[in-house]
Design a protein around this ligand. Structure first.
Ligand code: UDP
Ligand code: MG
Length: 324
């Protein structure tokens, strides 16, 4: 059993989830009940309103009970940043991060908390999604993405693991000290290290509302992951550039010899066209990629805060102070 004075913070971001407010608040109540009876921990809920356009904050504040706060960001900053805003508020001995759309179940949350309470050697327990990706193409793409991104560094970003996890206080403090503006949580979690353990789970189907991820979002997100955690794309650029140059030299030599010694009239147009279009296209793609890296450098170099808080709504029983 944990120390009775131990505190668990639950961080949950929401964006246009007004519909799931009552059900999520009920889930949190049951979770709190179980956590305090099984582990004797006090629970504080930190919800982050990521610039919702509906009246989610009001709905949540009516539905929540016990000790809670709702941090309202000044606009939509994206889930990764919203999670950071929640972690910034946390003072607990342990923190559970979960989605507020009911896709993360109470059972798995309890299992992760139990794991952490019972194993002092472990600092983080994360949930690993074991659901097979619906389309083969997408799962192969994901695999390629992770193998590329993991091929160039000393830490591995685990596949299928997201924000759904429980962490000890020191890990949270370490994470909040990383002020990357373009946040790729999976990468940051892995970069931070500590002793982590995976538990496999299948997310619930989304019963209420819709996923906020479009295909375009996913592509942008992967690019963000790449450019903030991998130099591999840049290496590929240099390598393919060198190969193309080499091929050019060899081909040039061949043409030179043919003209000089065999008097062949150079049959130019088609091969020229192929070379120009191919290299031109490659150039543009790779230039764009370099641009991505430059853009990361630019946005990190601006000394802006990662997010802005509009206000913090507190429950009457909240035991934490609002930020200064
Ligand atoms: N979310 C957020 N800001 C956003 C998008 C999503 O805070 O800009 C929240 C959302 O309300 C949910 C969680 O992040 O609680 C996961 O989002 P979603 O369900 O859309 O993602 P999926 O489960 O499809 O990966
Ligand atoms: Mg979801």
């Amino acid at each position: 059993m944990a120390d009775p004075r131990q505190k668990l913070d639950i961080v949950a971001p929401f964006f246009n989830e007004a519909q799931s407010a009552p059900a999520f608040a009920a889930l949190l109540d049951r979770l709190e009940e179980a956590v305090s009876s099984r582990f004797g921990m006090a629970v504080h809920k930190i919800l982050v309103d990521d610039g919702s356009l509906d009246d989610g904050a009001r709905r949540f504040s009516q539905a929540l009970s016990g000790s809670w706060e709702i941090v309202r960001l000044s606009r939509n900053f994206g889930k990764e940043v919203a999670v950071l805003a929640g972690l910034d508020q946390s003072r607990g001995d342990m923190v559970l991060i979960m989605d507020s759309d009911l896709q993360h179940s109470m059972d798995i949350s309890l299992k992760m908390i139990a794991e952490l309470v019972e194993s002092p050697d472990i600092d983080v327990v994360y949930a690993q999604n074991d659901r097979r990706e619906a389309s083969w193409r997408r799962s192969q793409l994901a695999r390629l993405f992770y193998s590329l991104i993991n091929s160039s560094q000393r830490f591995d970003i685990p596949e299928n693991a997201g924000d759904f996890r429980v962490m000890r206080g020191p890990v949270v403090r370490a994470l909040t000290s990383l002020r990357d503006k373009r946040r790729f949580n999976k990468g940051l979690f892995a970069w931070a290290g500590f002793r982590q353990k995976a538990i496999s789970y299948s997310p619930e189907n989304r019963a209420i509302g819709t996923s906020k991820w479009s295909r375009l979002n996913l592509i942008a997100f992967s690019l963000e992951g790449f450019t903030s955690f991998s130099v591999i794309p840049l290496r590929i650029i240099s390598l393919s550039g060198m190969l193309a140059a080499l091929a050019g030299v060899v081909y040039g030599a061949k043409v030179f010899f043919e003209v000089m010694f065999y008097g062949v009239a150079v049959p130019g147009y088609p091969s020229l066209m192929v070379a120009v279009v191919l290299l031109g296209g490659l150039n543009l793609t790779l230039l764009g990629l370099i641009g991505e890296y430059v853009w990361v450098t630019l946005s990190e170099s601006k000394d802006r805060p990662v997010y802005l808080v509009r206000d913090v709504v507190l429950s009457e029983t909240a035991h934490d102070k609002p930020p200064g």
